[in-house]
Design a protein around this ligand. Sequence first.
Ligand code: F6R
Length: 620
Amino acid sequence: MTLVCRFAILPCMCGIVGYIGPRDITSVLLVGLERLSYRGYDSSGIAVITDGELGCWKKEGKIHELSEEIKSLTIKGNVGIGHTRWATHGVPNTINAHPHLDTGSSIAVVHNGIIENYLSLKKKIKAAGYIMRSQTDSEVIVHLIDMYYKGDLAQAVRMAMTELEGSFGLSVICENEPDKIVVCRKDSPLILGLGKGENFVSSDINAIVTHTRDMVFLEDGHMAIVTQDDVTLTDFEGKAVEMKVEQVTWNAEASEKSGFDHFMLKEIHEQPTVVRRIIDKHVSVDGALQFNHLEEAMKDLTKSMRFIIQACGTSWHAGLIGKYLWEEYAHVPTEVDISSEFRYRQMLSGSDEFVVAISQSGETADTLACIREAKSKFFKILSFVNVKGSSIDRESDAVVYTHSGPEIGVASTKNYIAQLLNVYLFGLYLGQLKGHLSKADVIKKVAQVKRLPGQLEKILDQAPTFKAIAEKYYKSREFIFIGRGLNYPTALEGALKLKEISYIHATGYPAGELKHGPIALIDEKLPVVCLAPNSVTYEKMISNIEEVRARGGRIIIVATEGNEAVKDLAEDVIYIPECDEEFSPILSVVPLQLLSYYIAIMLECDVDQPRNLAKSVTVE
Ligand code: F6R
């Protein structure tokens, strides 16, 4: 077997914010960091130039620990940078937190990414007499900049960058030049927010969207000198680059909890609205489907002989459902792979084949690396992405935006539903273009889609029932989820939701596989969540449930409204509204999201920021 060598991209999963202007600097930085904290939350810090002197405050733990630490201080100044960290190199502690300072404490750097040659750079700077304080790769950057600093910060950053291998989003300030922030980007997102008499820097729209909608998305290889009234954009050599200002439409409230206890709960309740929004985007008044911005790509997509979907986590589950639908509706053979596996295999491309990336963030390192590798093998790339302007968005040949709005809860909920619906509608559209579905077939299916928001609302109204069920089972240390066909991915998704936010071990299985091993786990203590909505495999599913029952498992069934028979088989039954089988995953996952949510709350877990996780997985 030939092992294929891939390029490694290992940025750290952190958040950057920067500000230059007249506002209260600590408040802009801390609020920005709070809004970025879903990207990493093990330590944080800010650096501000106060009366010509650089000050730096850092703290292990969540942002509120840092806020507590500095709340009694008066930190004045009009230029500063901040960072929230998810550790890659070096344990999460105060020393390893960013910003990192040079030996004389006059330059401060925050860094997202990984410096792959940091060991050799460390040797170099040590030989030049510098002392490293932290265990991070990032600290070498500030010493390199200091080494090259001869009174021109931008030039020193430029020279340091020529030595850096790996990925970086950098923001740098220097007390000798308190009128600017220098930023640069290679393989790690960085955005400028433009204001009047003030400017912002961030790794993510969320941190600054409350202040401005005018944003510049830095491209790889771009650097900017940001002053209070101006931005100079260049490439790494210092050659001027044309600046494209984009208007961001996400509203700031979308990143607020709006009265809900947690973002996750809010986002679960937003699902009917998300579905309505997607219908508005893709369904015309006469019930026909439209994918306007795909027109160009559609010629190639219609000729497509094979799709290879690759994605991670919840997005991979959406891909598994995509396979069923695209093969059914459009008769195109479709494979689904986990990105971190796909990227290290031979990618054998024939003609007219698309690699499809599904990603909420559009920044997931493995998914991004796969599309880059696939492009080099002459595959065309179609992506389903939520975050506009993200790397996957920019590097794909065709993009379907999932339109779920900002998703802040680390566990994906509303974006999963959005991915599913977009994958459905795209499959129907392609099926029609390829002549496997008639216009009338599509209009009939779309009529069902239009019922989904009301049906989702009906499920959400049952939240107290799901809470009561959670109360019965929350002390169990293990769960199994089973499903067949289109609801096998729902079983995987239900198990993933539960384990990531409640730390209970949970596994999803295709129900038919149970007797090939996992059935050995079943005893009278084990809750088994069985997805049994009306379907072609319903009878088989019931036989599998009987197998669990015979071994004493505690059965919770998700079934279609009106199915009274299941009550005799289960300790608890959850009903979803009647719908065609193919739409059932959009409905059946919602009770599982809420069940996980309530169990996690009862176990006093941090549902929005579960331990060890970050929203955007930008490391391999
Ligand atoms: C689980 C979850 C993750 C993501 C995965 C891929 O709730 O959110 O499993 O689905 O990390 O992320 P994206 O979709 O941003 O590529």
